[in-house]
Ligand binder design. Structure first.
Ligand code: PGA
Length: 249
């Protein structure tokens, strides 16, 4: 099955009105005909970025969402609010949120459920730490993180979920997993899903994330189970990000 590639930029907590505006201007020059391109600004810039991209094919993602639908949750942002800003995807379970903000598998699963109820597509980030990889726990960890979501929303829901495999040791370190290492894990995740539904497993897009650069992306995209990339640092540079999008096809 041919799965469309997705190249998503996670801008994290970076930028200002001015730099966001020039980054978007740079991105508008790209050819988006071969893959789905997504950018994920911080909350205050969602409106600005959505408006600036409204006539383009570039989609907008949010970096986080509340696990609650509405009400007295100071500082939180709900899925229905995100929808008003033409957001299509929402990152959930990013390792920075799992480790720095103690988000558990069950908590992340509840965010996925709310997003799906609102018709938004979760980008579910999973991945092992260096210690877990060294202890040969990579697949155990990834499966546990996926299983928590399956337990709450069921396997069929994965038709509307994108998975991003992001080994924690590769994020922001310059140490990308090799294309072969990524392929091995992506293929194992797909097989894990296939035990429950072959159809879902074939459809689900699995992105790789962790120090993706233009120079390493072609090899990654050649792998049969790598359906795109979630790009952090390199997505803040329009030229570099466009080069990654080009490499995707
Ligand atoms: P990086 O970040 O590309 O800067 O390693 C990836 C991510 O955290 O999504």
């Amino acid at each position: 099955m041919i799965r469309q590639k997705i190249v998503a930029g996670n801008w994290k907590m970076n930028g200002s009105k001015e730099t966001v505006s020039s980054l978007v201007e740079g991105l508008l020059k790209m050819d988006t005909s071969n893959s789905e391109v997504v950018v994920s600004p911080s909350f205050p810039y969602l409106s600005q970025v959505s408006d600036a991209l409204s006539a383009s094919a570039i989609q907008v993602a949010a970096q986080n969402v509340s696990d609650q639908a509405k009400g007295a949750f100071t500082g939180e942002v709900s899925a229905s609010m995100l929808k008003e800003f033409a957001v299509k995807y929402v990152l959930v379970g990013h390792s920075e949120r799992r480790s720095l903000y103690a988000e558990s598998d069950a908590f992340i699963a509840s965010k996925v459920k709310l997003l799906l109820e609102e018709g938004l597509s979760p980008m579910l980030c999973i991945g092992e730490t260096l210690a877990e990889r060294e202890a040969e726990q990579t697949l155990v960890v990834c499966q546990r993180q996926v299983q928590a979501v399956i337990d709450l929303v069921g396997i069929e829901a994965f038709e509307n979920i994108v998975i991003a495999y992001e080994p924690v040791w590769a994020i922001g370190t310059g140490l990308s997993a090799s294309a072969e290492q990524a392929q091995e894990v992506h293929s194992a995740i797909r097989q894990f899903l296939a035990e429950l539904s072959q159809t879902v497993a074939e459809k689900v897009q699995i992105l790789y994330g962790g120090s993706v650069k233009a120079s390493t992306s072609s090899a990654l995209f050649e792998m049969p189970d790598v359906d795109g990339a979630l790009v952090g640092g390199a997505s803040l540079d329009a030229e570099e990000f466009i080069a990654i999008v080009k490499a995707a096809g």
